[in-house]
Write a protein that binds this ligand. Structure first.
Ligand code: SAM
Length: 259
């Protein structure tokens, strides 16, 4: 378990519930994660979706083929819905806010795509699959990877067209680097979308990953956002050290494969 996790607000019970409803009320609404979801949704619909639609169409035949999309540390799949179904805050409000509505998606996928969710929370993944966020799921603990986990992830990263990942605070050193390397080996058009959280992903770690990303991929864009409000313990810890007293901050980085 990396040092960064010490003193971080503990969300474990909401990551492991049977449905996304607690996650929606506590993390997305009370702690304001929904704001950065809205930023991502608006940015994605305008700047990323046209590219994904283009990639999904064979230029010579005009035929469509499904892109491969993977969401690492996906939880229930809120980030997947943003990119694949153009889910805005209002869409999450309509569906994820109650047990009676959370199993119905209010918008279809916006381009041909097959989705994979990977997380250590089996409950979150099962929910995502049941309601149609994920086509495929894999219960994996990134800090205890078996050989077969590594083979699976390597294969899927190479074949993925879109890889999204955040929550690096939870991940031991060395794992993110492997994922970056595996994704870079792919030969199809691809975009890696990383969400860096300042300061608690680790300021020096984030800079190392950014340098590595810039070496291996073409920079597409970055977008700033607020991540969420901090609890009392986080405020004093991050405030004293980094001057971050109320909120943590989020940077979306979008990079494309050199193909
Ligand atoms: C904040 S949620 C991420 C959900 C979504 N990507 C977002 O940012 O809103 C963090 C997720 O990381 C997962 N997680 C934490 N440690 C993990 C580990 N070692 N291996 C796999 N998943 C882990 C948790 O189960 C949880 O679902």
């Amino acid at each position: 378990m990396p040092n960064q996790v010490k003193g971080k607000h503990d969300f474990e019970d909401i990551y492991t519930s049977d449905t996304c409803v607690k996650y929606y009320h506590v993390a997305m609404k009370e702690m304001c994660v929904i704001e950065r979801c809205e930023v991502a949704a608006k940015y994605s619909e305008k700047f990323l979706l046209p590219l994904f639609r283009k990639w999904a169409k064979d230029p010579s035949s005009g035929e469509e083929k499904a892109l491969q999309f993977m969401d690492l540390l996906s939880c229930y799949g809120n980030d997947t819905l943003i990119y694949t179904n153009s889910y805005y805050q209002a869409d999450f409000d309509k569906t994820w806010s109650s047990e009676s509505t959370c199993e119905t998606l209010v918008k279809p996928r916006q381009f041909p795509v097959k989705t994979l969710g990977v997380d250590r929370s089996e409950n979150a993944l099962k929910f995502g699959k049941k309601v149609g966020v994920f086509d495929d799921i894999a219960v994996i603990d990134f800090n205890n990877l078996t050989c077969s986990n590594e083979q699976f992830l390597e294969e899927r990263c190479k074949n993925a067209n879109i890889l999204i990942m955040n929550s690096f605070v939870y991940i031991d050193d060395g794992i993110v680097e492997q994922i970056i390397n595996w994704f870079a080996l792919g030969t199809e058009p691809g975009m890696i979308i990383f969400g860096f959280i300042y300061p608690y992903d680790g300021v020096e770690r984030m800079n190392q990953w950014k340098k590595m990303l810039l070496e291996k991929f073409d920079f597409f864009s970055s977008v700033p956002a607020v991540n969420r409000v901090l609890d009392e313990e986080e405020r004093s810890k991050h405030g004293k050290e980094y001057g971050v007293w109320e909120k943590s901050f989020y940077e979306f980085w979008h990079l494309t494969r050199k193909v």
